[in-house]
Design a binder for this molecule. Structure first.
Ligand code: CIR
Length: 252
């Protein structure tokens, strides 16, 4: 699939008030804005046209636009974030997405966050996490089925979202923390060490693979497989439990 467009939202002045389990200190807003700009430039270099929304200080985690929606080539699903502070982020995202897709919606009492959804071809893995509940996963499976996609569930134990711990990087390869390495049958899985767990969240876009900067062992394994990597400094988003996939919604 070739992506042509991305939707993003800039971090706001109260970015540091978002939810986090990371014990890495407060993020620096200026540095976060600089890292967000660099991320935007990398997406443009991959051939994408960007729609960058202004920050909304009602939602300190609003820059993590991956969570309030799931976009496919046939439709988009507006989710219901599972953390109460994030409920409502989906409103503006729905407005923008309605320019490009027909919209489906997850309804109460379902909760889903897009970070729990890992797409591989026409199959969607649904992470069952603290943010994506049984009812949300059930509604998702019905929607995917209606549009001709298959889905299955993966229970989460240690990470925030499914894609915090595993991503599909293309050419049949996954990169994963040990918890998920057995879920993908015979597929080739790069298993990251505990020190490099953050590198399990990579973002393939067209001919490039965005990887977080500072994880040399993971980088070497990826580069040795022939991927064209673009390294992005993510330190300030990591402090708020966000990774590369979280910062954009990609549209083909
Ligand atoms: C949160 O806890 O909701 C945000 N601080 C981080 C969300 C990261 N999103 C993602 O992994 N898809």
């Amino acid at each position: 699939m070739r992506y042509t467009r991305a939707i993003l939202r800039r971090p706001g002045a109260n970015f540091a008030d978002g939810v986090t389990m990371a014990d890495e200190g407060m993020p620096d807003l200026d540095r976060a804005l600089g890292q967000h700009d660099a991320y935007c430039k990398a997406l443009e270099a991959c051939g994408l046209t960007l729609s960058v929304l202004e920050a909304d200080e009602n939602f300190p985690d609003g820059c993590f636009v991956e969570d309030p929606a799931i976009v496919t080539e046939k439709m988009a699903i507006i989710t219901r974030p599972g953390d109460a502070s994030r409920l409502g982020e989906e409103g503006k995202i729905a407005d923008v997405l309605s320019n490009y897709r027909s919209l489906e919606k997850i309804k109460s009492p379902g909760n889903v966050e897009g970070g729990d959804i890992l797409r591989v071809g026409d199959h969607f893995y649904i992470g069952r996490s603290k943010r994506t509940n049984e009812e949300g996963a059930r509604q998702l499976a019905v929607l995917f089925d209606r549009y001709g996609y298959s889905s299955s569930q993966i229970p989460l134990e240690t990470v925030l979202h499914l894609k915090t711990g595993v991503t599909h990087i293309g050419k049949g390869y996954y990169i994963s923390v040990p918890e998920f390495s057995g879920f993908f049958g015979e597929a080739d899985v790069i298993v990251v060490s505990e020190e490099e767990a953050y590198a399990a969240n990579c973002l393939p876009i067209n001919d490039h693979l965005l990887i977080p900067k500072g994880y040399p062992l993971a980088k070497k394994q990826i580069v040795d497989l022939g991927f064209k990597v673009v390294e992005i400094e993510m330190s300030e988003f990591k402090k708020m439990d966000g990774g590369l996939t979280c910062l954009s919604l990609l549209l083909a």
